[in-house]
Design a protein. Sequence first.
Length: 344
Amino acid sequence: MEFSLFAHMDRMSPEQTHETLHEEFMALCKIADEAGMRAVWTGEHHGMDFTISPNPFLELVHIAGQTKNLRLGTGTVIAPFWHPIKLAGEAAAADLLTGGRIELGIARGAYTYEYERLMPGMDAWEAGQRMREITPLLPELWEGDCAHEGEFFSFPATTTAPKPVQQGGPPIWIAARDPNSHEFGVHNGFNIQVTPLWQGMDEIETLMQRFNSACESYAGPRPKIMLLHHTYVGSDEADVTRATQELSRFYCNFGAWFQNKRPISQGRLAPLSDEEFAANALMAPENLGRDLTIGTAQNVIERIKRYEDLGYDEFSFWIDSGMSFERKRASLERFVNDVMPAFQ
């Protein structure tokens, strides 16, 4: 089992300055690097103070200059917001600037809020079809003289400039959930990222079953699969209980962004009331404590051992939580000091 960190600048209050948030984000990345984590992942989002990362390549190049060993992954770029030539070129340029450390996670996107602003009229189905057209073109563009006539894009023979440092280009990971997306990723020779949210081990097992089914019908080498999960390592049971309460509020906000029904001003969602938080039974603290990777160090070790036994190759510690930087840092330090050694 390998380990990585998944993080954004995670702004829950207008009192938090973007400058301070970025300093804190970088501090977490440095902890991951010094601890020997394999990679750090950061995504692409637009116009949302909830997850701040309009261009992950820019952030990853910056991280490269302040770390030594971390692989640097987009987790994920939103394919339908990109032209394939532009995405291939920027990924290759980032690979050059980081000395060949880039990994390219790709998704169709999830927030209607972003679709409305960047691709008006596009729905999730079309976004998925665009991702399926774009992604297989990337290795061809890196190889060179790729011409294409498709449903969404057409262009004459094109070669990215610069070329990526890595032979064949950065490894590609597909964010997959349904059986078709697993099959698409695996059958194209791509790795798979899965992100169970609040359905616990049942969903974690189901996603692995879908990956295994896709691998059974693929003749090539078995790709890797990464489990991305909200994680908190508490100092004691009282600290764990507090974390479940904080993550419950985070998930309620996440759900409100996803539903796209509340007013938004200055990139911020209209605040939820205490009554609205309490009424969201699905995101209740006790449910998230059961279903996420939350607990004392020994609890977390036992949970990750179960993921390892299922066949997951990498566990990515999702640290976005709405918690203070001090609480995030303390949890991550307990993870690297008390949890990771159990897997070495």
